[in-house]
Design a protein around this ligand. Structure first.
Ligand code: NDP
Ligand code: MG
Ligand code: MG
Length: 335
């Protein structure tokens, strides 16, 4: 079982005399920077010249400079750039400005675990990875709560890396919801597995295949959309709040019996084998290699698939249906 650390077991001592540079002001970046700042810590933001986020970070009351300047000024450097861009920015602007005893931090282990970034031995390397999107990390902090986070230490040059990681997690509000200790390897591999097999990949394929099955059998696409896509949220909310038990308890007996008996025929031994293969490709680095190479040629496969997905009948019908439910289109607030 994981070690869990709570708010009252942590302090800001390890960070109170340090400058923390948050590189990037996107989903995670804005949340980390603002939360740490409001926790009373010394935060600067590193961006590229001409960045659309520059003015936003300044208007949020933060000091902004280029990534290289921020790296030079900071003791703790949290890299919150898109994963596929981190290595090139790291080697050109961050590593030349690292000093012995600095700490390098990440919110996802990909670049360290797959050796896209190989830091010098004389710096700490840790992870503080909230288990939620940035706008939730920010919103829950302002509400006095927080989202749980993972911490891990990859390299402990100063002997203080774990304490710094814990203070950082406290600063973004995560200790209020519990901080779980893990390793870069475990976080990276389980994160990729989850998003491929279950959360993003598996769920999208389940929805699309169920929708196609109904439409191919002659049912109206609107009915198919409601049953296979729209209602997913209602079910997921129940699972999120009270586990599978609450979901089974809330649905009708018909749904419970049908779901329990038919579910395992849909996600069956063949699916389990496919999951194991996906996990193997994550563990042996094949997926990482494919994704890094795809990024180097500007994502041709990803862009083609995004285009095809947009044209799928599920998306076309869904767009019309959602347009009739105006409160669904409410933009996600980003702060
Ligand atoms: P975003 O895509 O939201 O953030 C991008 C930020 O990086 C923007 O501020 C952008 O500024 C800046 N940026 C992009 N390219 C460069 C560059 N070459 N030089 C300088 N700045 C650049 O990233 P996320 O917040 O989604 O992800 C950051 C990290 O957090 C990743 O490691 C991710 O795996 C991890 N993570 C993300 C979660 C999420 O919910 N999104 C959840 C948990 C972890 P601009 O383009 O304006 O210059
Ligand atoms: Mg991920
Ligand atoms: Mg129904």
């Amino acid at each position: 079982m994981a070690t869990i650390i709570y708010d009252n077991e942590t302090t800001f001592d390890a960070l109170k005399d340090k400058t923390i540079a948050i590189m990037g002001y996107g989903s995670q970046g804005h949340a980390h920077a603002r939360n740490l700042h409001e926790s009373g810590l010394n935060v600067i933001v590193g961006l590229r010249n001409g960045s659309s986020s520059w003015a936003k970070a300044e208007s949020d009351g933060l000091k902004v400079m280029t990534v290289a300047e921020a790296a030079k000024a900071a003791d703790v450097i949290m890299i919150l750039l898109p994963d596929e861009k981190q290595a090139s920015v790291y080697y050109s602007e961050i590593e030349p400005n690292l000093k012995p005893g600095n700490a390098l931090a990440f919110a996802h282990g990909f670049n360290i675990h797959y050796s896209q970034i190989v830091p010098p031995k004389n710096v700490d390397v840790f992870m503080a990875a909230p288990k939620g999107p940035g706008h939730i990390v920010r919103r829950t902090y302002t509400e006095g709560i927080g989202v749980p986070a993972l911490i891990a230490v990859y390299q402990d040059a100063t002997g203080n890396a774990r304490e710094i990681a814990l203070s950082y997690a406290k600063g973004i509000g995560a200790t209020r919801a519990g901080v779980y200790e893990t390793t870069f390897r475990e976080e990276t591999e389980t994160d990729l597995f989850g998003e491929q097999v279950d959360l993003c990949g598996g769920l999208a394929s389940l929805i699309k295949t169920a929708f196609e099955t109904l439409v191919e059998a002659g049912y109206q696409p609107e009915m198919a959309y409601f049953e296979t896509c729209h209602e997913v949220k209602l079910i997921v909310d129940l699972i999120y709040e009270g586990g599978l038990e609450r979901m089974w308890h809330s649905v009708s007996n018909t749904a419970e019996y049908g779901g329990m008996t038919v579910g395992p025929r849909i996600i069956n031994d063949e699916s389990r084998k496919a999951m194991q293969e996906a996990l193997k490709r994550i563990q042996n680095g094949e997926f990482a290699k494919e994704f890094v190479l795809e990024g180097m040629v500007n994502h041709p496969v990803l862009k083609a698939m995004e285009r095809q997905e947009k044209e799928h009948q599920l998306e076309v019908v869904g767009k019309q249906i959602r347009a009739n439910i105006p409160w669904l289109n409410k933009k996600i607030d980003d702060d």
